[in-house]
Design a binder for this molecule. Structure first.
Ligand code: B16
Ligand code: MG
Length: 215
C-alpha cells in the first residue's frame, strides 16, 4: 500500500506519447533486413527495454549471430528510421488524458518525472512542449542498468526527493512494471491489456485515472 503520493513517474513511449508504434515499425524494418520474422506479439518483449537489448532480443528470435560492427550499424540505422518517423511529432501525438493529469498534479502540488529507457526522451519531451510539467527527466542516457532494473525510477524518485512508496509509476510495458515492482513502487499499467493482472492498478487510458484517490 502506498503512502500519500508526492510524486508521479511517467514512462514516455506508450504512456505519454504514441511513439511505441514508431519503435515497432523501425525494428520491423531492421528485422526484415536481417531476415528475421518479427510481429506485434514479439514486439511486446521489446517494449520498455533499451535499444541494444531490443536488438539482442530480435537476434535471439531469429537465432542469428552478427558481428559487433553490424550490431552497432543496425542500432544506428534503427535510430535513424525512428527519428525520421517522428520528425513532425507534436502535441497531437500525445495519448489521451496526459495534459489533464499533468495539470491536476501541478494543481495538487505533486512533482512529476519522466522515467524512460529512450535516449531520445529529452528531445521528444521538448518537441511535445512538456518540459514545464516535469521536475526531472531520467532517460536511457542516465542509467547503467536499463528496465527491468528499477534504476531509472529510483533516480527519478531521488531527484524529486521522494521515497518509492510515495510515488506512482505509470507504465505500458511488462519490463517497466517489473522495474517498478523491483524498486518498491506502486505501478499503474496503462493501455496494454497484458498488464491487467500484472500491474497494481490497470487503466485503459490516463483519462480514467483519478489522482484524488491517491493524493
Ligand atoms: P531509444 P520507454 C523505450 O521507451 C521504448 O519502450 C522502447 O521501445 C525503446 O526501444 C527504448 O525506449 C529505447 O529507445 O532507441 O529511443 O533510445 O517506453 O521506456 O519510454
Ligand atoms: Mg513505454
Amino acid at each position: 500500500m502506498n503512502d500519500k503520493t508526492k510524486g508521479l513517474i511517467f514512462d514516455l513511449d506508450g504512456v505519454l506519447v504514441t511513439t511505441e508504434y514508431n519503435h515497432f515499425v523501425s525494428w520491423k524494418k531492421i528485422a526484415k533486413a536481417i531476415d528475421v520474422s518479427f510481429n506485434e506479439h514479439d514486439n511486446e518483449q521489446l517494449k520498455g527495454i533499451s535499444r541494444a537489448d531490443s536488438l539482442k532480443k530480435i537476434l535471439e528470435l531469429g537465432n542469428k549471430a552478427i558481428s559487433e560492427e553490424l550490431f552497432e550499424e543496425l542500432l544506428a540505422q534503427k535510430n535513424e528510421f525512428y527519428l525520421n518517423s517522428i520528425k513532425k511529432i507534436n502535441r497531437s501525438n500525445l495519448l489521451p488524458g496526459v495534459i489533464e493529469l499533468l495539470q491536476s498534479a501541478a494543481q495538487m502540488g505533486l512533482k512529476c518525472a519522466v522515467g524512460s529507457s529512450s535516449r531520445n526522451a529529452r528531445f521528444i519531451v521538448t518537441k511535445l512542449e512538456l518540459d514545464f510539467y516535469f521536475s526531472t527527466i531520467v532517460d536511457g542516457n542516465d542509467v547503467t542498468f536499463p528496465k527491468p532494473s528499477p534504476e531509472v525510477f529510483l533516480k527519478g524518485a531521488q531527484r524529486m526527493n521522494c521515497q518509492p512508496n510515495e510515488c506512482l509509476v505509470f507504465e505500458d510495458a511488462l519490463s517497466g512494471v517489473a522495474a517498478a515492482r523491483a524498486g518498491g513502487f506502486m505501478s499503474i499499467g496503462v493501455g496494454n491489456p497484458l498488464l491487467k493482472n500484472v500491474a497494481d492498478v490497470y487503466i485503459d487510458s490516463l483519462t480514467e485515472f483519478r489522482l484524488e484517490a491517491y493524493a
